[in-house]
Design a protein around this ligand. Structure first.
Ligand code: XIL
Length: 315
């Protein structure tokens, strides 16, 4: 059986992939992506980010997101929204504007409201706030935090809930797979949001990992968030290696993928796993991590790697 089928047999909601719009011109790529037995869920890799959705104040562009939604619907795949509030790939006008707290609050309410509202009833879940902490567990000094302090989480989450009462609202970050200062910070924040009755449904763990360096306490970390009464998901999984590829590294990668899948499988409220694209052909890794790559379960020729079997056997 294929990966989404296996995930569902394990009690999960989906196994999915990110996709970026230009890739849809690649027919063999699109055909495999459209196989809902492999991928039961899609995430737009770039097209729902602020700089794309609202590049100019008050001008909204949903064409890229709409294209991926249409494909997901045609294929009967779930769609995850990524992302409302993030310091990166943010429209320049938001930072340049030097807005007051009152104005920036209204801007977040408008942006999250319009964005989530545009996809009302269509999104399984939303990464409402992305990458809000530093690795040491301190708040990231983004324009949002610098202007609003921690209040912006509540502002964004409430605006998203109002715009679509039925989608699941997540906070999402990297380097929070295991138990560490950063995941501790999320644990504390989410607990306080729940205590204040701020809508929060899930914790997204991106999962940008390194071959041979997968944290050993992912399951325990997931379980403590699940015990708060929220879902968890692995939202952007890739496991990169220093190039060149060797058979040994591919075998280690296979074990690493299996370990991540087993952690999700073991925690009932881990709802699904998304790879950050499925083929090395379109991975973001080589452009950002010099000398590294080959992070995904299919190679550049859309051939399955050992990692594929690692995922399949772990489900
Ligand atoms: C990446 C995209 O894949 C790239 O195409 C883009 O150039 C940069 O962003 N964390 C996230 C994702 O939340 O949005 C990022 O996606 C990868 C890291």
């Amino acid at each position: 059986a294929q990966l989404d089928t296996l995930a569902k047999r394990a009690g999960k909601v989906y196994f999915g992939s990110a996709v970026d719009n230009p890739e849809l011109g690649d027919l063999p790529y699109k055909t495999l992506l459209s196989n809902a037995s492999e991928f039961g869920q899609l995430t737009a890799g770039n097209s729902l980010k602020w700089e794309t959705v609202q590049p100019v104040r008050g001008t909204y562009k949903f064409a890229g997101g709409d294209e991926i939604l249409a494909l997901a619907k045609q294929n009967r795949q779930l769609f995850r929204g990524h992302t409302c509030v993030w310091h990166s790939q943010l429209a320049a006008w938001v930072e340049a504007g030097k807005f007051s707290a009152k104005d920036l609050t209204a801007i977040i309410e408008d942006h999250c409201g319009r964005l989530v509202g545009h996809y009302k009833g269509e999104m399984y879940s939303w990464d409402v706030v992305n990458e809000a902490f530093e690795d040491d567990g301190s708040y990231r000094k983004s324009v949002f935090y610098n202007t609003l302090g921690t209040q912006y989480f509540e502002t964004a989450l409430r605006a998203a809930r109002k715009a679509d009462p039925n989608t699941k609202l997540y906070l999402n970050d990297y380097n929070v797979e295991g138990i560490n200062s950063k995941s501790d910070a999320y644990y504390t924040l989410i607990k306080s949001l729940i205590a204040k009755k701020v809508p929060i449904d899930g914790f997204g763990v991106q999962g940008h990992l390194i071959v041979g360096q997968v944290p050993t306490n992912i399951r325990e970390n997931f379980q403590r968030f699940a015990d708060l009464g929220i879902d968890v998901a692995i939202t952007e999984l890739d496991i990169r290696m220093v190039l060149p590829v060797t058979p040994e590294k591919l075998e280690q990668q296979k074990r690493d993928y299996a370990a991540v899948i087993r952690a999700c499988k073991a925690v009932k409220r881990c709802v699904g796993v998304t790879v950050w694209d499925y083929t090395d052909k379109y991975s973001w890794i080589p452009s950002v991590f010099k000398g590294e790559g080959a992070a995904l379960p299919w190679d550049e020729n859309l051939k399955k790697k050992p990692a594929y079997d690692g995922i399949a056997s772990a489900w």
